[in-house]
Design a protein around this ligand. Structure first.
Ligand code: SF4
Ligand code: SF4
Length: 176
């Protein structure tokens, strides 16, 4: 089955599910009888299955909509790739991230300036924020559901993983 990668379509789908997704978040935190490790395992399994049905190169919604963050190591590695010094890279493309964020830099504009012809032009050296996106292979899924719900509006993998996880965890069978 092919999944929608069109941004307008995925936003419409996510909008229709938003209230339910907040209820699901509450269910995972308070009413689900699976422990956190088991929920993480299910998220990993479902993500693998969902991702196999999605062509990220036909999508690139994340590269068009998000501002990825960059560590200092990311900046230095990408500057070498582009034949720039780190300051020139920052001046051209990046701005300071919010003070409490883990990584000090983020792109200044969307779409990402490194997106060319719907492909990442620095793919092998892209920041770890991008290589880890959409962050479904991280542990402690239950404590990260706010960001996950936000990403259902752009990323079809996240949208579909949430839908399958609801079925897998018994969310629809719960007493209302
Ligand atoms: S650096 Fe590459 S993968 Fe990351 S947002 Fe930009 S184009 Fe996309
Ligand atoms: S990670 Fe999600 S938003 Fe990004 S290209 Fe793949 S499917 Fe699209």
């Amino acid at each position: 089955m092919n999944m929608a990668v069109d941004l307008v379509q995925i936003r419409t789908l996510a909008q229709a599910k938003e209230d339910e997704n907040w209820r699901f978040r509450k269910f995972l935190k308070a009413d689900c009888n699976l422990d956190e490790d088991e929920i993480d395992e299910r998220v990993f399994r479902i993500t693998r299955r969902v991702w196999s049905r999605i062509d990220c190169t036909a999508c690139a919604n994340c590269c068009r909509e998000m501002k990825p963050s960059f560590s200092q190591e990311d900046v230095e590695r990408i500057a070498v790739r582009l034949g720039l010094d780190p300051k020139s890279l920052n001046d051209a493309y990046l701005e300071r991230n919010e003070p409490l964020e883990e990584n000090p830099w983020q792109t200044r504009t969307t779409p990402c300036p490194f997106l060319k012809d719907n492909r990442c032009s620095i793919y092998e050296d892209r920041p770890s924020d991008c290589s880890g996106y959409p962050h479904l292979y991280k542990t402690e899924f239950t404590s990260r559901t706010m960001g996950v719900i936000e990403r259902t509006f752009t990323c079809p993998i996240v949208y579909e993983t949430m839908e399958e996880l609801k079925k897998s965890t018994g969310f629809f069978r719960r007493r209302r």
